[in-house]
Ligand binder design. Structure first.
Ligand code: ATP
Length: 288
């Protein structure tokens, strides 16, 4: 198996892999971020790119969390972001989704003026509205659909995608944790985002539900072709789902690993375990 591992800034980026990204055709990665000329803050990303961080710094008062982070992600790619607690993973997602702004550097993103429309975030906790039934919770993501009947039909169709057709009229409180996350996923997908940011969305689920949700997420990603950025502490999850795993260390990308394995990936396969070991070794080195 040919595994491309990159200690950032010392080696060229690995080749890209695209599998099942029907809406966004693959584009060969062309050079490093440094090869691009400086761009105005949040200018349009290069064609075929979902987003590019160039020398992005984020400081909170005297504390600098991200130091000159470079990350180019082509449209349709599934990227997993790992790193020790407090290294800046959620901060990266907040910058990506426009919830926060970099203190230096540039973030190039397709149609930045529409960022609220093209990005969606899913968190560890589903954050559903407790006073709204399941279908109404999904409809929150359907603000672009005006007609009530149409909205309901769209919400039901989304619930069918996540396997919850029969729970549309229930309250979130009666659902299991995994079912609530399915509703949150349906709501996140409702606006057909181009970029789905996932901040440890499966972290609170039991092991079996977690694997079921991973498979659901992968299936929907394969069908819809959005760009997925998954923050996770679970390296096995990262290699099972992602085209590419990046490790943040000392505020920058310390490792960039391609996952050259066909889908669906068999949990426990030796190739996955090998790759997991390579990444864990680096991660443990970072936390030692
Ligand atoms: N709004 C804020 N004000 C001050 N400091 C912040 C703020 N947001 C994040 N930080 C700090 O930035 C650092 C990175 O936080 P972040 O949440 O991005 O880490 P993380 O890698 O996602 O951590 P974890 O894996 O534990 O969730 C932490 O030290 C955190 O305390």
């Amino acid at each position: 198996m040919n595994i491309a591992v990159r200690d950032t800034d010392t080696a060229p980026r690995p080749g890209l892999r695209f599998e099942g990204a029907p809406f966004f055709p693959p584009e060969p990665r062309t050079g490093t971020a440094a090869a691009h000329p400086p761009a105005p803050r949040e200018a349009s990303a290069p064609r075929g790119a979902a987003f590019t961080f160039r020398g992005v710094e984020k400081a909170f008062g005297p504390k600098t969390v991200l130091h000159g982070l470079d990350l180019h992600v082509p449209a349709g790619q599934f990227v997993a972001v790992i790193g020790k607690s407090g290294c800046g993973k959620s901060t990266l997602l907040r910058l990506l989704t426009g919830l926060d702004a970099p203190t230096a550097g540039t973030l190039d993103i397709a149609r930045p003026e529409k960022r609220a429309d093209i990005t969606r975030v899913m968190f560890q906790e589903p954050r559903l509205l407790p006073w709204a039934r399941v279908a109404a919770n999904v409809a929150v993501g359907l603000s672009h659909v005006r007609e009530r009947k149409e909205k309901r039909a769209a919400a039901l169709s989304l619930l069918a995608q996540v396997g919850l057709s029969d729970r549309a009229g229930e309250w979130p409180a009666v659902l299991s944790g995994g079912q609530r996350q399915r509703v949150a996923l349906a709501r996140a997908l409702a606006s057909r985002p181009r970029i789905l940011a996932l901040d440890e969305p499966l972290g609170a689920l039991d092991a079996l539900t977690r694997i079921e949700m991973q498979m659901l997420l992968e299936r929907i990603w394969l069908q819809q072709g959005f760009t997925a950025v998954l923050v996770t502490h679970d390296v096995a999850e990262a290699v099972a789902l992602a085209d590419r795993v990046v490790l943040i260390e000392d505020g920058a990308i310390a490792l960039d690993v391609e996952v050259p394995l066909p889908r669906p990936r068999r949990r426990g396969a030796p190739e996955l375990a090998h790759l997991e070991g390579v990444i864990l070794e680096k991660l443990l080195g970072a936390t030692a």
